[in-house]
Design a protein around this ligand. Structure first.
Ligand SMILES: Nc1ncnc2c1ncn2[C@@H]1O[C@H](COP(=O)(O)OP(=O)(O)O)[C@@H](O)[C@H]1O
Ligand SMILES: [Mg+2]
Length: 153
């Protein structure tokens, strides 16, 4: 099962902000109800920037704040509902249940910063996007997840 849910592996260089925007559009095009996107990487790696690119590509025109303090922000897009999480300040599994990750995935998709904090609540079929800093304006994305993503990214 695990092998099947991790069939897609790809490295995408992000030499500038425009490349990150393009990756966001590609992920947005594949996003469906039940999909979780796990955005991994250090502070400043570009998790929020990529989440914004995904939401913009889905048609969100309002400002997309970082959910650093609220932990979750909700968006209704033309295609589907999306919840954007930042779990850095998550206290425990009970708080995560209150934040409604299960409902989020029943009703739409979830973009999750600091997904490590979700522990076993993170779906096994999440698309993992690990961002690393390669220069002042450049990043690298390492993606792995279900095979369906090969058609989009
Ligand atoms: N190629 C790039 N892709 C994404 N962000 C970049 C890139 N180059 C520079 N940056 C900058 O890096 C910072 C990333 O911040 P942010 O997205 O808030 O990171 P995180 O959410 O991972 O802490 C932003 O200031 C962004 O403008
Ligand atoms: Mg962030």
């Amino acid at each position: 099962m695990r092998e099947e849910s991790q069939a897609f592996v790809r490295e995408v260089p992000l030499p500038d902000g425009a490349a990150t925007e393009r990756l966001g559009s590609a992920i947005a095009a594949g996003l469906a109800v039940g999909d979780a996107v796990a955005l991994e990487g250090d502070l400043g790696a570009g998790k929020t920037t990529l989440a914004r690119a995904i939401l913009r590509a889905l048609g969100v025109s309002e400002e997309v704040p970082s959910p650093t303090f609220t932990l979750v922000q909700h968006y209704e897009t033309r295609a589907l509902a999306v919840r954007h999480y930042d779990l850095y300040r998550l206290k425990d599994a009970a708080e995560l249940r209150e934040l409604g990750l299960d409902e989020a995935l029943d009703e739409g998709a979830a973009l999750i910063e600091w997904p490590e904090r979700a522990g076993p609540a993170l779906p096994a079929d999440a698309l993992h996007v690990a961002l690393s800093i390669t220069g002042s304006a450049s990043r690298r994305a390492q993606l792995r997840g279900p095979g369906k993503w090969a058609a989009h990214v």
